[in-house]
Write a protein that binds this ligand. Sequence first.
Ligand SMILES: [Zn+2]
Length: 591
Amino acid sequence: MALALARKYRPKTFADVAVQSHVAATLKGAIARNRVAHGYLLCGPRGVGKTTLARVLAMALNCERRGDPELGGEPCGQCASCTRIWSGSSSLDVVEIDAASNRGVDDARELRERAMYAPSGDDGYKVYIVDEAHMLTREAWNVLLKILEEPPPRVVFVFATTEPQKIAQAAAPVLSRLQRFDFKRIGPADIRQRLERVLADEGVTAHPDALAMIARAADGSMRDALSLTDQVLSMGDGNVAPEQVRDALGLVPEDEFIGLLDILAERRAGDVFAFVGKLADAGIDFGQFLTGFADIVRAQLAVTLGGTSTDTSERVHEALVARKETFLAGDLLRMLSALTELEPRFRKSGQQQLLLEALLVRFALLDRTVSLEAMLRGMSGGGGSTEIDDEPAARRAAPPPMRAVEEKPVAPPRASDAPITDWRAIVRDADRSPPAKAPAAAPAPVAPPRAAPAAAAAPTSPAVPDVSHISERWDDVVARVRAMGKSVAATALEYAAPVAVTAKGDVTIALDEASPIYEQALEKEKGGIGQLLREFFPGVQRVTVRAATPSGAPPARLTDEMVRAERLTAMRRRDPVLDRAIDTLDLDLAD
Ligand SMILES: [Zn+2]
């Protein structure tokens, strides 16, 4: 490809200028009606077509077929004048000035002298295109103001700028003599469309994912999108594939994002440092990484909520669907808001690696709030033992949820506990398995210590669990009841929660909703439920069922939360290292 794409596919008509149709239509109409202004100010971000449009304007003004009603103000794009201006080869009628390099007053004086010359043709126009106009000095503007106050006939000034407010400060009187147009940023979809057309013309095969990546990286600039495409084409075998785009743009491989999701899901906070170090070694831009990761988290959230992820490749989409149950929507939402909060500060920071590491460690621990509770249960509850206190917090992390589910569809009481997400999956699995088979898979009920009431005062009596221990195993209890074929009681239990345990071990279960059917089911089965609870917590004695009060009473869940918060506070007191870590990382445990 001899000619760069941006140059080769530079628009030849107003209609070709992507997205800026509001500007193009106005200019085209002005030419058709012969009402061209002496000065225009084109404002907008870089790469959106400002100078391109100025050139089309110059072509239209000098086109040999100007006035042809068939063209309606468009340049023909074919005549000698159009071709000359379009190709940028020396044209006496179009003068392009880069204000960034021509900003002195001498240049402006020269400009004035040159502006006085009549255009070369009899009815041609002389068009000055001043790019980066905000770089012009005050003196230069003064000269220009004089020209614009008494404009020579058939001379048009077009100023292009990314920063109109600077011109407003330096040359307000000039501004009032210019007709201003604001250009829109070009969205990824428009860029993708344009790239598709250009590459089809070039006979190049392009993968849609690859084009989406280029469009995102171009960040609103069509010119950048086309140069990036050039870059990809010059590196590869003439096709545009995702891998080549990633290499050319120094983008983060998608697998890295998925790998990071797994690190966070499995609460491997310690692995964050090696992960970020690897990115640094690969020379990956942390800002770009952060943006890319935010996109992935957003896509995961969409998938978790049952939607589809847009703007991700097919492969990533599949990976996200496979991880649908790994994160709770609330956790993803919290991650997403932390990411977007950090982003503006991050770009300016000189400590990007540190910020990134701290954020990711925080995410890894954030997700662990759930298993911290599991750890607490171990510290003071039923199966609790003292050695847990000596174990570092990191080693107490629960196993990865998905593996745990595969191995044990119906969970018997376990020494280590998976996070809550896990239990939900277990409940679902239990629902799916045939009721007749499930009880066989469950462990035979352990004979409860029947003599317990009599021996209540004896030192060997089993520990009495507290409410939070029971509520954390609640989903297991529900699953077991369902597996026994007691589906009404199981559903009733889903709408209920343990709310109180006496010192003796009597458990009160309260229904969240007033329902006579559920009340009856629980009353009928409370003996069996008590027996089941004893499998988990040998200290449990009798079960009492409390009907829901129609109004006023605080919901059972709230009590549960309060107990949990209290336990976490107690835990922080016991573990100064964890306490400091939580404070440093501003981890919201009570959340
Ligand atoms: Zn022409």
